[in-house]
Write a protein that binds this ligand. Structure first.
Ligand code: ADP
Ligand code: MG
Ligand code: MG
Length: 911
């Protein structure tokens, strides 16, 4: 027997007293919708009364193969009685019936993913009660036919088209164009036809509870309707599109959904009734203005579905008959913002002039809007700077570093729509979700063009570079999902006459006809569509982003709590160094030198490696010294006054040589064409040489410090280049700050031996140039043995830099490429792993980092400790690494802003 409460009431009782049991903090129990309905009721907002069945009940129900846990149905039956008492009305009453909606609501918002049934409680008797109460037979019959339609589709999976076809037929017979022109009699006939459709498509074997006198009938008992609808909502938690959505958004399948049973209010009772959705501020750019749409005389999904064109929310209080409710709604916006201290997203309905709140939550927003809202709320005194910094999702910043149309390019605007989700995208026109997926898989960027999207389009929306709809508003499905994903989107492009079957679009007012595969460009920030591919440029840090990042920097550098955390960049050429400084990097945490040996320098290094002649070899080395010195001169000049950690050569030498298989083919081909053995001898010798250098496991082979010890010429040439460049710049009065980093150390002796030769070279350069160079020498920590013996290694190192990519490989014993292509996806799918350890650092690896930090500091308190693996740019990893005690993270230039923010958040969350 369980004693947990499965049902929580919200709203008022028969005396108008609030009897709400839940609160916004309970979203794991009541789901987001239920928790916030409770919260709104608690703070006195007008919420239609109801009750919420807990997420745990759904989990138990699904877990037990869709059977009800003991006592749950009794508790629901009691809640049903209680609601009837509170409302003074009964479900199914032939005189004055109570009607309810049955609404899903998971702990995290999953817009449009799960099901809702409206107008539940109608049957042949209660429809008469509704007619009596409203004196509006048309409204009553319309509600009844909507209910049968929705219930059949949602609960019993009857194809929605069957009903739509019946409606179309009815309109033809009645000689009218719009649904709203059908008469009460037409609708009453439709109800009868709908019930027949139901009887012929629902299986008696699968649904014995619906069989009456040997035939399947639409259920007339409201309690049975209610139970079936609740079961359907529970079932929708595990439907395919909901599972996909959760995967996309990293939401656990184990949470379950709550079910809200709520008294119906009607936005479709005439010209003084309406329904709408709104945000308390503009979710696209953050402007402080009421934002949203409404429809007069409409119910529920009509707004989001984009069936009729909506009106802007700011016109609500100017609409005759809706003035008072409109003004009250604006007051509610203010109340909600002050209460939640954040921008809220709202659903409401006005029934004959009376406002009802049906939903609220903290609203989703674009990165641009998130920044602006956070900053303005600090200015308004609503939140603190720390809160503002914590609220920005670092991974969302990617959106701001998204490309925009190149403003210098001349563009001819083909069409305009609503600016629903910012960013620019270029791609080929596709008309279906499947085609978008196919196009993306073929490596062809595409723009998904639809009349409007629905939850089944999710796959295609994920695959597309951009989304365009001809119909929906700014709160339509396409707009909401696109903003959530950071995908550019233009909605409501009304001049687009889309014929998805023919796969073409006629653009009204022009001669243009677009076909599948035609190239278009969209700008979701401006709401424009251009024919052809517009050149894109990457964005700069906006003023708002600068502001938030400067607040984040203050937090990172605040000595009064936690420890300081720096952000450096990985860059190996002056352009990247410049970019990373502009993006806020304080230093270069990793300058790889192997990239400096590519291009026209490849020839020199190949000569160096392959020749047997000492002269030729020395010559090649001298050439390399001169080009490397030039590289470092440019690099240190660009980073004047800032540290640049240069890593000595890391990869095995054969990576600089030609592919031996290609060479084999070349020899065979020459042989076939009659080349003599003598002519082929040099090539054969080369092949033997390369084959001799090939390792069976290069990742664990002759590389890093091992190479420096076995063949010291190359790394010592690099040290000389670094020192000479520094000496030259010093002579020019500049302040170069190179540091030398030795990769892949596992033993103290490796570092100790190499260090003494490095120091000798630096001494030489100092003497030759009569200059003092203070060049710290440190090591990468990227092997488990180095972590374990860090206390010894630290005695020979001025700094440690954790190479978390190799450390992850060697801790797991994974080789990254093999692991990521062969089994990590399967491990993720089967929950052997919860995340890819090459993206988000693994806790086992973090333990090694922490051990090395502690042991290293124990013998060398001045040791500078950082991270230069890719994890240094991943927000979740940054949090873990901060806790392990590192002094800075270093990442690729475009991730620097993300790391600045994430590092500040790591510090705040640890306070
Ligand atoms: P979703 O989670 O997909 O937004 P909802 O449960 O919010 O689904 O229901 C969708 C719409 O149905 C709501 O926006 C609202 O317009 C309408 N609706 C739900 N419950 C009621 C109710 N009790 N009275 C009137 N309309 C309702
Ligand atoms: Mg909703
Ligand atoms: Mg490495």
């Amino acid at each position: 027997m369980s004693t947990q409460q499965r049902v929580y009431r919200f709203g008022v009782d028969e005396h108008g007293t609030d009897v709400t049991e839940g609160a916004s903090s309970m979203n794991y129990t009541l789901g987001g919708k239920g928790a916030n309905l409770a919260e709104m009721a608690r703070i006195g907002l007008p919420v239609p009364p109801g009750f919420t069945i807990t997420c745990q009940t759904c989990v138990e129900y699904s877990g037990a193969n869709n059977t009800w846990p003991d006592g749950a149905l009794d508790e629901i039956a009691q809640a049903e009685d209680d609601l009837e008492r509170r409302m003074g009305k009964k479900l199914g009453d032939p005189n004055d019936p109570l009607l309810v909606s049955v609404r899903s609501g998971a702990p995290f918002s999953m817009p449009g993913m799960m099901d809702t049934v409206l107008n539940l409680g109608l049957n042949d008797e209660s429809v008469q009660g509704l007619i009596k109460q409203t004196e509006n037979p048309r409204f009553a019959w319309d509600s009844y036919r909507r209910f049968i339609q929705m219930f059949s589709n949602v609960v019993l999976d009857v194809d929605a088209d069957l009903f739509e076809n019946a409606i179309t037929q009815k309109k033809v017979v009645a000689g009218v164009r719009n649904d709203s022109d059908l008469s009460a009699e037409d609708l009453e006939e439709l109800v009868a036809e709908f019930k027949e459709i139901f009887s012929s498509y629902v299986s008696a074997e699968i649904h014995p509870e619906l069989v009456v006198d040997g035939e399947v009938c639409f259920p007339s008992d409201p309690s049975l309707q209610l139970r079936l609808a609740i079961q359907a909502v529970f079932g929708s938690w595990m439907n395919e599109r909901a599972i996909l959505y959760r995967k996309q958004h990293a939401i656990s399948d184990d949470l379950g959904t709550a079910v809200n049973v709520q008294v119906m209010v009607f936005g479709n009772k005439g010209e003084t009734s309406a329904t709408g959705v709104a945000f308390t501020r503009n979710p696209a750019d953050g402007t402080k203005e009421f934002y949203g749409d409404f429809l007069v005389n409409a119910q529920g999904e009509d707004v989001v579905a984009g069936i009729r064109n909506t009106e802007p929310i700011t016109d609500l209080k100017k609409t005759p008959g809706l003035e008072e409710a409109g003004a009250e709604l604006e007051q509610v916006f203010v109340t909600l913002e002050n209460h939640y201290r954040d921008m809220c997203d709202i659903e409401f309905t006005i029934e004959q002039g009376k406002l009802w709140m049906l939903q609220t939550r903290v609203g989703k927003r674009t990165a641009t809007a998130a920044l602006r809202i956070a900053i303005e709320m600090v200015e308004e005194g609503l939140i603190t700077r720390d809160e503002a910094v914590s609220r920005i999702d670092p991974s969302q910043l990617d959106q701001l570093l998204h490309p925009q149309f190149d403003t210098t390019a001349k563009v001819d605007i083909l069409a305009r729509g609503l600016n629903a989700s910012p960013g620019a995208a270029v791609g080929k026109v596709v008309f279906s979700s499947d085609d978008a997926v196919a196009s993306a898989e073929a490596g062809e960027p595409c723009i998904l063009v639809r009349w409007e999207t629905n939850p089944d389009d999710l796959k295609g929306m994920v695959a597309a570079e951009g989304i365009l709809t001809s119909h929906g508003g700014k709160t339509s499905h396409a707009a909401v999902i696109a903003r959530g994903m950071g995908t550019p989107c233009v909605c409501g492009v009304e001049s687009f006459r889309i014929d998805a079957a023919k796969k073409e679009v006629r653009v009204e007012g022009t001669d243009t006809v677009l076909h599948e595969g035609d190239m278009i460009s969209i700008d979701g920030a401006q709401g424009i569509v251009v024919l052809g591919a517009v050149p894109l440029v990457s964005a700069e840090l906006s003023g708002d982003l600068e502001t938030i990042l400067s607040w984040a920097d203050d937090i990172r550098r605040d000595a009064s709590f936690g420890h300081l955390v720096g952000v450096r960049a990985n860059a190996d050429n002056p352009e990247d160094a410049k970019l990373s400084r502009e993006l806020g990097a304080e230093a270069i945490g990793l300058c790889r030198t192997e990239h400096m040996f590519l291009g026209d320098r490849k020839q020199i290094i190949q000569t160096f490696i392959l020749t047997d002649e000492p002269d030729v070899r020395q010559h090649a080395l001298a050439d390399l010294l001169s080009v490397q010195t030039k590289d470092f001169l440019e690099m240190f000049r660009e980073m004047d006054g800032k540290n640049v950690i240069v890593r000595l050569l890391d990869p095995p030498l054969h990576e600089f040589l030609d592919d031996p298989r290609a060479l084999e083919v070349e020899i065979a081909r020459a042989e076939a064409q009659g080349a003599t053995a003598e002519e082929l001898a040099p090539k054969r010798a080369l092949l033997r040489r390369i084959d001799g250098m090939i390792e069976s496991n290069p990742m664990l082979g002759l590389r890093g410090v091992r190479l420096s010890i076995v063949f010291p010429d190359l790394p010592l040439m690099q040290v000389r280049a670094i020192a000479s460049a520094a000496a030259t710049l010093k002579a020019q009065g500049l302040d170069p700050r190179p540091e030398i980093m030795v990769p892949l150390v596992s033993m103290t002796t490796e570092l100790a031996q190499l260090r003494s030769v490095i120091e000798r070279v630096i001494d030489d350069v100092e003497r030759e140039n009569t200059v003092e160079l203070d060049i710290p020498i440190g090591t990468m920590i990227e092997l488990p043995r180095a972590c374990v013996t860090a206390n010894e290694i630290a005695q020979h190192a001025d700094f440690f830099s954790f190479g978390t990519n190799d450390l992850t490989q060697t801790t797991f014993g994974f080789s990254r490429d093999d692991a990521e292509s062969k089994f990590i996806p399967i491990y993720l799918h089967r929950h052997v792993l919860e995340s890819n350890p090459f993206e988000t650092i693994d806790d086992g690896v973090v333990s090694l980092v922490k051990m090395a930090v502690d042991r290293g500091r124990s013998t060398n308190p001045k040791l500078d400790l950082g991270v230069c693996g890719e994890h240094g740019g991943d927000p979740r990893s940054i949090k873990k690494l901060y806790r392990a005690g590192v002094d800075y993270v270093s990442c690729s230039p475009y991730r620097v802003p993300i790391a600045r923010l994430a590092a500040a958040q790591a510090k705040l969350s640890d306070r």
